[in-house]
Design a protein around this ligand. Structure first.
Ligand code: MG
Length: 259
């Protein structure tokens, strides 16, 4: 199932795509487990409209985005950093959320704003102290994300909050793909259609189930919360006027501009 959040006639809905139609709903879908099988369903379907009539918004509204730094071996090496023994976590605020197609605002405080292509896990159920072997029961699906980073501000304060938290620094989308095995997906970044990052989620140091186990020991993950799983090597700067795309196999392509 391909889940979207969209604007239709001045109202924002969730929904899912069926051929060239969208079935609109008021809420994120629910997850139910029956005989070890996961079922995703919408409680209140309100209308069926043509896909061409809706405008895509970020596919969920997280209360928090838990992000993993240095989760690809090649990216850690690129910055001359040691492979971490446990996940390095930071949080992006909900106010940094950006919809597909919308512009990333280049902050006046920064002189270097980088793209970071990431596989994003979207939670579908409240998760606390979840064992890795049951982790997928709590996942709604996966989307593309760009962990936009003011690289020049990152070393300044020892914490990453400033560098990672500007408004518009968390583009997500274009939709949530529910039927996907996240263990070996090709991931690419294009800057003005020129290929920049290329890797596979099989190179993750900490995989999706172990991240959910670790993070849910620390904090409750709410439905709609996201885990940004980290970026591979090849990160680099964007300039005003650039067009940046994150493409992940089995999901699609997230496009944004820089202003
Ligand atoms: Mg990142």
């Amino acid at each position: 199932m391909r889940i979207i959040r969209c604007l239709y006639e001045d109202t924002i809905y969730f929904g899912y795509i069926e051929d060239d139609l969208v079935i609109l709903s008021k809420d994120l879908p629910r997850i139910e487990i029956h005989n070890h099988e996961k079922k995703v369903w919408f409680e209140r379907e309100v209308a069926k409209v043509p896909f061409a009539k809706v405008f895509l918004e970020a596919p969920c509204v997280p209360t928090k985005a838990v992000c993993v730094g240095l989760n690809y071996r090649d990216h850690a090496e690129e910055f001359g950093l040691k492979i971490p023994s446990s996940p390095v976590l930071f949080i992006k605020p909900s106010t940094s959320l950006l919809s597909p197609g919308k512009p990333i605002h280049y902050p006046t405080l920064s002189r270097q704003v980088d793209y970071e292509a990431e596989l994003v896990v979207v939670m579908g159920k409240s998760a606390k102290n979840v064992d890795a072997k049951h982790a997928f029961d709590y996942v709604l699906g996966y989307t593309c994300g760009n962990d936009v980073t003011a690289r020049d501000l990152q070393p300044k304060d020892g914490q990453w909050t400033v560098a990672k938290s500007f408004d518009t620094f968390m583009p997500l989308g274009p939709w949530i793909e529910t039927d996907l095995d996240p263990s070996s997906l090709k991931l690419r970044t294009y800057l003005n259609d020129e290929p920049k990052q290329f890797s596979s989620t099989s190179n993750l140091i900490f995989d999706v189930p172990s991240l959910i186990e670790y993070i849910s020991q620390i904090m409750t993950l709410n439905p709609g919360d996201v885990i940004m799983t980290g970026t591979p090597s090849g990160v680099g700067p964007m300039q005003k006027g650039d067009h940046v795309s994150v493409e992940i196999e089995g999901i699609g392509r997230l496009d944004n501009t820089v202003e």
